[in-house]
Design a protein around this ligand. Structure first.
Ligand code: BG6
Length: 485
């Protein structure tokens, strides 16, 4: 992969994602010398503002959200790469003017026709934008073209297929980068190589040693200001279909060594194809859904979901989701994989825990001792760490107690997910983006659950804000003699 000069065209440049994530990501890449020598960045939004005003907004976003402090040296050089264009997605004239602007900047900066489009817009605009990019010649370049698409990628199987058909009219699969920021988290990106580089980890992660796997993505925030979207989506669409599924695939990969992007895609698809289907009328056996009630987060009282602004007071939306999955392939056969995610839980943490089989229990010598299972934990965010819990003997009491072998990294020193993913998209490396087949298969797998939710075929358990979720989720594990870690 070679970094080439390019134009970066950002639809939704006045939105929240651009301010919080994309501008800071570009800036940190710039500080690291990881940008193309020449790049023209065009930000598009609905309202008029001058280039200078837009550049000052970019600077403000960097000051608020960049992980590294803004440096005076080089700042002007960075900001002058940005141009703003007031844009109406439904007006043909807008596309013609945009095309002029892109070409003028390409001439001015001597940039070849390499164009990277980033759609950070409402899903309903994807169709009109991509078809107009094509119809007006903007996406027919002499160089390469790529398009990055933000989630949500559809709201069910059918709408995802329609969205994909739309994108495919103007871009080939090779050119479509479906972004899932969980795939950009440094620990997720290094997971496979860590295992490959460490025979000790590889030995532990053998299915013969593991009794179960638990993937948690808990959040303390509630619905915030996103009720319009979230009350339709729920945890299942917002977190499970994309982020948690990607974590399941990355956890189960077991690559034989370094592989190509294509081989990686095939492996991921094989995993998702081996996920044991959950039938609609059996969803209640393996899935728990919940909704938060009022409670307290760090001693601060917070409202229940139904009292949140914009939420329907009879809403049956899921703000918590837990499930037991099985991957029916030789590596994972019979090992339950539990996943859970929820808003307004006790803490913010995304982690994968491998619980090892407790062989010691079977030994006669130690039968009177309380031995806790060994746990290998990969904390993904907000902090990054790897820890191994082992049993240590206390010589005075002669009892075992758990100790931890720990390594953690300061997350401020780590690149953010969007930095890594934008860099890869600029290079043309699709390894950490979702292939259409992965997205389609995950929607297919989820579809019966969506329907069971819609038809109220299982209870919606309340849980107090600030808790670990509904009791029913504990029972899901207890029925296999496990507990959540
Ligand atoms: C987003 C969801 O994709 O991921 C949000 O739409 C959620 O609802 C967020 O809060 C969580 O991301 P992270 O990186 O904070 O775990």
């Amino acid at each position: 992969w070679i970094m080439q000069d390019m134009t970066f065209i950002l639809f939704g440049a006045t939105g929240d994602l651009a301010q919080r994530k994309l501008f800071p990501a570009l800036y940190n890449l710039f500080l690291d010398g990881k940008m193309p020598v020449s790049i023209s960045i065009v930000g598009l939004g609905r309202y008029y503002c001058s280039n200078e005003f837009f550049q000052s907004k970019v600077e403000k976003a960097l000051r608020l959200y960049s992980r590294r402090a803004v440096q005076t040296s080089g700042l002007q050089d960075f900001l002058t790469k940005f141009r703003y264009f007031a844009f109406d997605a439904t007006d043909r004239g807008s596309y013609l003017n945009l095309f002029e602007l892109i070409k003028n900047r390409e001439n001015e900066l001597d940039i070849p026709e390499n164009r990277l489009f980033y759609l950070s817009v409402a899903p309903k605009l994807v169709d009109v934008i991509t078809s107009n990019l094509y119809a007006n010649g903007i996406s027919q370049t002499l160089g390469w073209k790529r398009i990055i698409v933000e989630k949500p990628f559809g709201s069910d199987l059918k709408s995802a297929q329609q969205l994909n058909d739309t994108l495919s009219k103007a871009f080939s699969e090779k050119e479509i980068y479906r972004i899932d920021h969980y795939l950009g988290k440094p620990m997720v990106q290094s997971f496979e190589t860590l295992v490959l580089a460490n025979p000790a980890l590889e030995a532990l992660l053998d299915h013969k040693q593991i009794s179960n796997v638990q993937i948690t993505a808990s959040e303390t925030v509630g619905v915030e200001t996103r009720a319009d979207y979230y009350d339709q989506a729920g945890a299942l669409r917002d977190m499970v279909q994309n982020h948690l599924f990607q974590l399941v695939m990355m956890t189960a990969l077991h690559l034989p060594g370094e592989v190509t992007t294509k081989e990686n895609e095939i492996k991921k698809m094989e995993i998702i194809e081996s996920l044991r289907p959950i039938l609609k009328d059996k969803v209640y056996l393996d899935v728990v859904r919940g909704q938060y009630e009022s409670g307290a987060i760090l001693d601060t009282p917070v409202a229940g979901y139904k009292e949140e602004p914009g939420v329907n007071d009879s809403s049956m939306n899921d703000t918590y989701f837990a499930a037991r999955l099985y991957i029916d392939n030789p590596s994972w056969n019979g090992i339950p994989i539990y996943i859970r995610t929820g808003k307004r839980m006790d803490k913010k943490s995304t982690r994968i825990v491998f619980e090892l089989k407790n062989k010691v229990e079977e030994s006669n010598v130690l039968q009177t001792e309380e031995i806790t299972p060994n746990l290998l934990t990969f904390e993904i965010s907000p902090n990054e760490s790897i820890s191994l819990r082992v049993n240590m003997k206390n010589p005075s009491s002669n009892r075992f107690y758990p100790v931890y072998m720990n390594h953690s990294t300061n997350s401020k020193d780590q690149p953010e997910a969007y930095e890594l993913l934008l860099f890869d998209a600029m290079l043309g490396n699709k390894t950490f983006f979702a292939h259409w087949k992965e997205v389609e298969l995950s929607w297919k797998w989820i579809q019966p659950i969506l329907e069971a939710f819609q038809e109220d075929m299982l209870p919606l358990y309340p849980y107090p804000a600030g808790s670990t979720g509904p009791e029913a989720a504990n029972q899901l594990l207890q029925s296999n003699q496990f507990n959540w870690w």
